[in-house]
Design a protein around this ligand. Structure first.
Ligand SMILES: NC(=O)c1ccc[n+]([C@@H]2O[C@H](COP(=O)([O-])OP(=O)(O)OC[C@H]3O[C@@H](n4cnc5c(N)ncnc54)[C@H](OP(=O)(O)O)[C@@H]3O)[C@@H](O)[C@H]2O)c1
Length: 272
């Protein structure tokens, strides 16, 4: 709980599943929270819990020095912030709406023209995780304002600042999600393959989970090969890796589940 000396006025626009979780975390942290949602009924429970429900987006945008946006996409953000540009001047906007890196930079160019400090964010959590130790949030952009509001942002999850380039948080965000989807795609493929030998995806999950957890610890060593290729000594040759992946591909065909996945993995990892 934040004491009254450090309590901030914070606005949250967008009270979907995620925005509601963010507003609740701010209220639990003792802040003075103003909320707005396009469908007004979603603000009622938060108002009962102590938030001020603004009648319009502009009212919410200008009620606080710190404004958190958790809308649907870049277009919905632009729709509501652009008409309020002049009155947002001098405030800090943290956009936790998922956008592409270039959309984040574009909003940054607009914000700079209007003297608005912009921080872009990528939430690495589902709503139920907000405020729990497993949650972290990526931030990029206005670093001084990030530091100024760090204690407020800590209420959502561990804040991780990844660069002054406004596109950085979104780029790290999608890169992490790319890793997740690659893992799920390979698991889905493997599940079909083991079923062809009378096995089950459930048994595969049991065996694959600890193996992948161990493999994930190797990412940091692998990073040297990408960040500083001149200092990197490759443990396995590209030819070895390509042959190993080809063998998996052949097994997929034998199982009756041919896929493009392993060809893509081979080309990505080895260039062969
Ligand atoms: N949920 C997650 O696990 C998760 C994780 C990381 C990041 N995020 C990101 O957080 C953002 C919100 O996600 P969510 O899970 O809260 O989604 P959601 O439950 O579907 O809520 C979407 C929110 O956007 C509002 N909205 C949509 N179009 C709008 C417009 N044109 N003008 C004003 N408001 C508009 C909706 O208002 P109405 O209620 O009026 O429809 C609602 O408040 C998204 O960018 C999402 O990618 C979500």
């Amino acid at each position: 709980m934040t004491n009254s000396a450090t309590a901030q006025r914070v606005s949250v626009l967008g009270l979907g599943a995620m925005g509601t979780a963010l507003a609740k975390a701010l209220l639990a942290g003792g802040h003075q929270v103003t909320v707005w949602n396009r469908t007004a009924a979603k603000a009622e429970a938060l108002a009962d819990a102590g938030a001020v429900a603004a009648a319009t987006a502009e009212e919410a945008l200008t009620a606080s020095d710190l404004v958190i946006l958790c809308l649907l996409d870049d277009a919905s953000v632009r729709e509501h912030v652009e008409p309020a540009a002049a009155r947002l001047s001098g405030r800090t906007v943290v956009n936790l709406t998922t956008t592409t890196p270039e959309q984040a930079r574009g909003l940054g160019r607009w914000a700079a023209e209007h003297d608005i400090a912009l921080i872009d964010g990528g939430i690495m959590a589902v709503p139920a995780m907000i405020g729990t130790p497993g949650a972290f949030v990526l931030y990029s952009g206005a670093q001084a304002e990030f530091e100024r509001y760090r204690q407020v942002l800590e209420l959502f999850g561990k804040p991780e600042f990844v660069g002054a380039d406004l596109g950085a948080a979104a780029m790290y965000d999608v890169s992490i999600l790319g890793g997740m989807y690659a893992m799920f795609a390979a698991f889905q493929q493997g599940g079909l393959m083991v079923r062809s030998v009378g096995g089950s995806a459930a048994r595969l999950a049991e065996l694959m989970t600890p193996f992948l957890q161990a493999m994930a610890t190797l990412l940091a060593a692998d990073a040297v090969g990408i960040d500083m290729p001149e200092d990197f000594t490759q443990v396995q040759s590209d030819e070895f890796t390509a042959a190993a992946i080809d063998l998996i591909d052949k097994a997929a065909v034998e199982s009756g589940n041919p896929t493009e996945l392993f060809g893509v993995l081979r080309r990505t990892l080895t260039g062969l």
